[in-house]
Design a binder for this molecule. Structure first.
Ligand code: HEM
Length: 481
């Protein structure tokens, strides 16, 4: 037997198809409270979408540790071979809105949450190991250049290439984006990266620098430009479909979790600045160590509740894992929680999908949509045995020195690693890269933007620059400066 229809207040709902009128053909009555409530609730169904990464797909699963890392970090989730931790993942596009086709070329988000015994730990990364800019002041401008033109409301190649051509630190990531990884065949077949360098601290207070790599066990597979364009026109939600369907048919995708670990002092003196998120750390210098794997085996029971309302943040650490001074990461520590308070409200952390599995005790209270509060003491100090601090969770003290400066720590060598990436590509991959750059940069109106950008490719690798120049019809003398 069907359940009975009720209002949100639990009252029986008599008629869900015919509103009350004054007489058979008269106007609708104000007393038809059920109609008014239904229209009012409908008007409030949409919430602000994420300012970036608006479109995405989510799933749940389990992380299994296969190698004890207690030598390097006191974080409980990395202690004890075989330990299992529930996870939430959200894959996403960066630039387009929630309704935008998800197979159009873009970097893809790779946000991972571990629901640990010590609270939520989030790694909010991408499917590329580096980023376009390395100072948070440049992030809003960069994103504006990816979004819509303020006059035409169209997305344009002109804006993004204008920004990149004047931001040489972006050339490494632009090479990834214009290469094959800009069109993943599915979320299941892409790798993920924590991108930044993070700090691990062990029980003895020893510090290490760490990079995360999530390697797809399905293998990395990408689409051609033609496949991506065709898919975008036949199924705008192709990547969401693909992940959901795979999990429904129990073809559970999984990834290994690898880390690169650098001793503290060595990391500070590495040949590239390890806090510059436009650079990678060579596998030859610091090999990847496999420490575990995670598998996704559960689709969201409700997309809005478990994916749209999920709120990841690079500031969600657990004891034993800390931020590095990477300037972009430091900016992100503020950005996400602020965005989520705006997007979901002051009590977003109390939503079921964002609640940690351990108990929460503090002196924060009330606010819009607060729920589940008891009568426990709401101030400190108190004589009522309220929750107390745990000194073992203090961040490791760092020695700081220097004057306050508008610092430019990473303004050196933007090109070598972009060149290395180009030289690593096969002949076919290079052909596709040049074709994609030609299809996009080639449509830009400004000759100056084309020249500035091609000079960057040339500085990364002569062959790279010369091939782009040839494709765009630019005189070689212009790009050699
Ligand atoms: C989402 C800001 C750089 C990956 C977001 C959101 C904001 C933001 C405000 C939306 C959060 C929400 O509403 O829940 C920033 C700022 C950055 C930055 C200010 C630089 C200063 C990066 C970098 C990466 C990244 C370097 C990857 C390495 C992501 C991902 C999401 C996201 C994956 C989607 C999270 C989800 O699935 O909910 N970013 N971002 N962002 N960002 Fe960033």
């Amino acid at each position: 037997m069907n359940t009975k229809l009720t209002t949100n207040e639990g009252q029986t709902w008599a008629d869900n198809n015919h509103s009350q009128t004054a007489g058979e053909r008269g106007p609708i009555l104000m007393q038809d409270y059920q109609l008014l409530e239904k229209l009012a609730h409908f008007n409030r169904e949409r919430i602000p979408e994420r300012v970036v990464h608006a479109k995405g797909a989510g799933a749940k699963g389990t992380f299994k540790l296969t190698r004890d890392m207690s030598r390097y970090t006191k974080a409980d989730l990395f202690h004890g071979e075989g330990k299992q931790t529930p996870i939430l993942i959200r894959f996403s596009q960066v630039a387009g809105e929630a309704g935008y086709p998800d197979t159009l070329r873009d970097v893809r988000g790779f946000a991972l949450r571990f629901y640990t015994q010590e609270g939520n730990y989030d790694i909010v990364g991408n499917n590329t190991p580096v980023f376009f800019v390395n100072d948070p002041l440049k992030f809003p401008d960069f994103i504006h250049s990816q979004k819509r033109d303020p006059v035409t409301h169209l997305r344009t190649q002109d804006m993004q290439w204008d920004f990149w051509s004047r931001s040489p630190e972006s050339v490494h990531q632009v090479t990834y984006l214009m290469g094959d990884r800009g069109n993943p065949a599915s979320y299941r077949t892409m790798n993920g990266y924590g991108s930044h360098t993070f700090k691990w601290v062990n029980e003895h207070g020893e510090q290490f620098w760490v990079k995360y790599h999530f390697v797809s066990k399905q293998g990395v597979k990408n689409m051609t430009n033609e496949q991506a364009a065709k898919t975008a026109s036949t199924d705008t939600d192709f990547l969401i479909h693909d992940l959901y369907d795979a999990i429904e048919r129990r073809d559970y995708p999984s990834w290994t979790v690898d880390v690169q670990i650098l001793p503290y002092e060595e990391g500070l003196n590495y040949k590239y600045d390890i806090f510059d998120v436009t650079k990678t750390i060579s596998k030859k210098d610091y090999p990847r160590i496999e420490i575990g794997e995670f598998t996704l085996n559960q689709n969201p029971a409700n997309y809005f509740d478990e994916v749209e309302e999920s709120a990841f943040s690079p500031a969600n650490f657990v004891p034993g894992i800390e931020p590095s001074p990477d300037k972009l990461l430091q900016g992100r520590l503020f950005g996400y929680k602020d965005a989520e308070r705006y997007r979901l409200g002051a009590n977003y952390e109390k939503l079921p999908i964002n609640r940690p599995i351990n108990e929460v005790h503090n002196y924060e209270r009330d606010g819009f949509m607060s729920q589940g509060q008891d009568g426990s003491v709401n101030y400190e100090p108190n004589s009522l045995h309220g929750p107390v601090e745990d000194n073992s969770a203090r961040m490791h003290p760092d020695q700081l020195k220097g004057k306050t400066v508008y610092s430019k720590p990473y303004e050196t060598d933007h090109y070598s690693q972009a060149g290395d990436l180009y030289r690593l590509m096969s002949a076919d991959q290079k052909d596709r890269l040049i074709e994609t750059i030609n299809n996009t940069l080639g449509t830009v109106e400004s000759e100056q933007v084309k020249i500035l950008q091609t000079r960057q490719f040339y500085k990364a690798d002569r062959d790279y620059g010369e091939r782009v120049a040839k494709a765009l019809g630019l005189p070689l003398d212009d790009i050699r400066e």
